[in-house]
Write a protein that binds this ligand. Sequence first.
Ligand code: FES
Length: 481
Amino acid sequence: MQVVSFCCNWCSYAGADLAGSTRLEYPAEVKIIRVPCSCRVDPLFILRAFERGADGVIVNGCHPGDCHYSTGNYYTRRRMTLLFNMLDFLGIERERVRLDWVSAAEGVKFATVMNDFVKQLYSVGELSIKLGRTLEIGKSAGRASPTPTAEIPVVGDRLACPENLHIVFPQIAHEMLESGEIDTVLGWQKGELPYETAPAFFSTPDELQNFTHDSFCGANLSKYLVENSDKKVLVFLKPCDTYSLNQLLAENRVKRENIHAIGIGCSGMLDIKKIRNAGISGILDIKDDGDTLDITTMYGNSTLPRQNALLEKCLNCKGKAHMIFDAIIGTSNDTTSSDKFAPVTELEGQKNRNDFWRSHLSNCIRCNACRNVCPACTCKKCVFDNPHSGVAAKVNTTEFEENHFHIIRAYHVAGRCTDCGECSRVCPENVPLHLLNRKFIKDINELYGEYQAGETAELSSPLLKFDQADPEPNQEGGSNV
Ligand code: FES
């Protein structure tokens, strides 16, 4: 049994020292790591400890109100509460983690807490047996065989575009490019097949010949603004995309004066995966009349109710209002049909959460598409690209690495994620990654009050605040102020 105890320098470490100097006994399994303050403990440290063989991790800091840096441990409390809840959501026993407050005068308490924690860990057993299994590269557990589909790249009629926006948008772009008001246009370009519409920059009027707008413009364009943040850009944003733009502005990742944002009408975007899952393959053309999809395939014609092919994010639409814009073109229809937190609540109530996540995360091929497309993932150098991390630019080699990557990815956008659903949309293995983000959003709402990232361009994440009355991490065995 290996136990890592992170102790803040000013109270808990001194408390541990006092326990030692007064010859109080606590288990030899406990390895202490001194940190300047409990808020220095990044969730990454905790996961790395588990990855390197720890069976339990305990974070110790000064009592609330006594932090050497005044408020550090209040932030720790929020962070650890969310992290512990997430570990529990993934089926990693809550008993393996604990947050506790130990002052410099509490040598007895330090020893008592360590004895109690280690006893608790022995009752749940070693973690390495359950999570440290080495994967056979390319043969992840539970991986489903891909269904072969033969498709002929024939370009048919484009999707009907409501209100002829596919004509209006390039006209506006053309005028603004020619007048020199903007340097480039961020929109969508045609692909080989009718559902391969993709984000693109258009820097000359000629390039606009490839501009399109159709029902497969699901991609959130806000993220791409970061690439050209020093240029004047005309961008077309659906209502949900404007939340991401606000968040990027709040974090100073883009400059408002360089962006001309046209809010565009949206009636829900289509998901090609859902069309294929309906058994329709060999797609040559798709016509969208607003209610029904008329699909021409190499095997004949098919129809599908439009509602059945909407992107998951459109079924949980945040509303049709644009949060930020310079102009709005087109009208929007509400496509909400479900409670977005219902799948999270259902999973929280299941005992086999670990099996659920293992069956999905074991399909992860670490292509990084979820990270690269995420409008909230904009660090110049991602922690997962750090060559000293041991996890940079590599496939997962253990089950724990699979969990590790996705927990940290979701954690790093907690309080910043606008729930745009891009991570799940682009995942080639259909891992329901948005559920991890929604778990954080749900917990933040329940614990710290309703919050929607990107509603304004002000920085106001609940993880950047605290309340002295915040609850302690809800762990069995109780917490301990
Ligand atoms: Fe002890 Fe901040 S210095 S928790």
